[in-house]
Write a protein that binds this ligand. Sequence first.
Ligand SMILES: [Cu+2]
Length: 125
Amino acid sequence: MKKLFGIFIMLSLFTVIISACAVGGNTATGPNPVHMDSMSFKVLSITIKKGQVVTFINDEVTPHTVVNGTWDDSTQKPGVESGAPKTNIQVDGYGSGTVGPFNTSGTFKLFCTLHPGMKMTVVVK
Ligand SMILES: [Cu+2]
């Protein structure tokens, strides 16, 4: 039993080390995944169905803070559209987080407060 536990610990450590060494990728997943590199969302727009969430997956060590609104050049334009889920999540390095559910049809803007120009839209059908 002790030996089994030891093997379990070794495997767990191995998994953590492999995860930490992943460069430019994060194997985390979830509904409607949107990957992020150190400065941007990897897609500018995602289309989802009413009632669904978006999963933000950080492929790099740099954290992101995702909120409602957008960037106008280098000026933040925060704002929650009618029907948008109020959003303010921090996604740590190599972490992930969900936004939503989006329960209203429409186009909803999200941006990262830490990185000028880092913005995207969620289209809910
Ligand atoms: Cu960011």
